[in-house]
Design a protein around this ligand. Structure first.
Ligand SMILES: [Fe+2]
Length: 293
């Protein structure tokens, strides 16, 4: 059966049929997935139970992996998964939900703010591939926002203001918004800001998109409060319901999103129930802006 993509929800989300991700990915299917990602930006694959190794093999068949080292507050000996995965579960190394006041959890729930994965790295992520192993009885949707449609809907004056701007991204800035400020010196060093362009142009389609995230805490050359208000207004604009799709997870779902063209956020779920989600990530092509020296 050939791979097919069906539009669901708003225009930027497609559901994929006719593929078993556990099987080696052929060139034609890989090309169809990339083309689908260029067109839609979010693709949903239902009923894809698979092992971690199968998820890795599928991801590698789509491009080079991004490693997840030092991006959470888990210490290296607390990693539940290899660094080829981002552990976005709420579980400790014994597969138990982290305590409500565990600082690793409190840092991690910053992903309930709108963001684009790894925008705090000089070379940010291309695709994220999130697989649901275990979900909670309620809550826990992931919401996606189409940053191409958001850019297109800006008035010309605002587009003109955005073009050419460079933002400073750090996980410290997103955590400041939720009052998580007690970082160690080592953590502050690890989370040093990087620069990202505010408007990205997609390499395949040529479409422009707003490259926003709650990690963005400044604009080069702007006073900080003015930059933060401007970025807050842009995020408010870009996350109007007409640009947003909520994905309700089922066990076995794999969802791929293009971080260059979308933002996303997790929604709340019961803290005492296990939620096991595994993310592999494709590395981006390179920096989006010249870094500070
Ligand atoms: Fe994320």
């Amino acid at each position: 059966m050939a791979l097919s993509i069906r539009r669901v929800g708003p225009g930027f989300v497609g559901e994929v049929d006719g593929i078993d991700i556990r099987q080696p990915l052929g060139d034609a299917d890989a090309a169809a997935i990339h083309a689908g990602m260029d067109e839609y930006a979010v693709l949903i694959f239902r009923e894809q139970p698979m092992t971690a190794d199968q998820q890795l093999a599928f991801t590698r068949a789509l491009g080079p992996l991004e490693q997840s080292i030092g991006t959470s507050l888990r210490k290296p000996d607390e990693y539940r998964l290899p660094t080829t995965f981002a552990d976005v579960s709420n579980l400790d190394i014994d597969d138990k939900p982290l305590a409500r006041d565990d600082r690793r959890r409190l840092f991690a729930i910053g992903n309930r703010l709108w963001h684009s994965d790894s925008s705090f790295k000089a070379t940010p992520a291309k695709y994220s591939l999130l697989h649901a192993i275990g979900i909670t009885s309620t809550g826990g949707n992931t919401e996606f926002a189409d940053m191409r449609a958001a850019y297109d809907a800006l008035d010309d004056e605002t587009k003109g203001r955005c073009d050419g701007l460079v933002c400073e991204h750090s996980q410290m800035y997103s955590r400041q918004q939720i009052g998580f400020v007690d970082l160690t010196e080592d953590e502050k060093q690890r989370f040093a800001p990087v620069r990202q362009t505010l408007v990205r142009t997609h390499p395949a389609t040529g479409r422009k998109s707003l490259y926003l995230a709650s990690h963005a805490g400044g604009i080069v050359g702007w006073p900080v409060p003015e930059a933060r208000i401007f970025l807050r207004d842009l995020i408010e604009h870009a996350t109007q319901r007409r640009f947003v799709h909520a994905h309700r997870w089922r066990v076995g779902d794999l969802v791929i999103w293009d971080n260059r063209q979308t933002m996303h956020r997790a929604r709340p779920f019961p803290a005492d129930e296990p939620r096991d989600m595994r993310r592999t990530t494709l590395a981006g092509d390179g920096p989006t802006a010249r870094q500070a020296v």
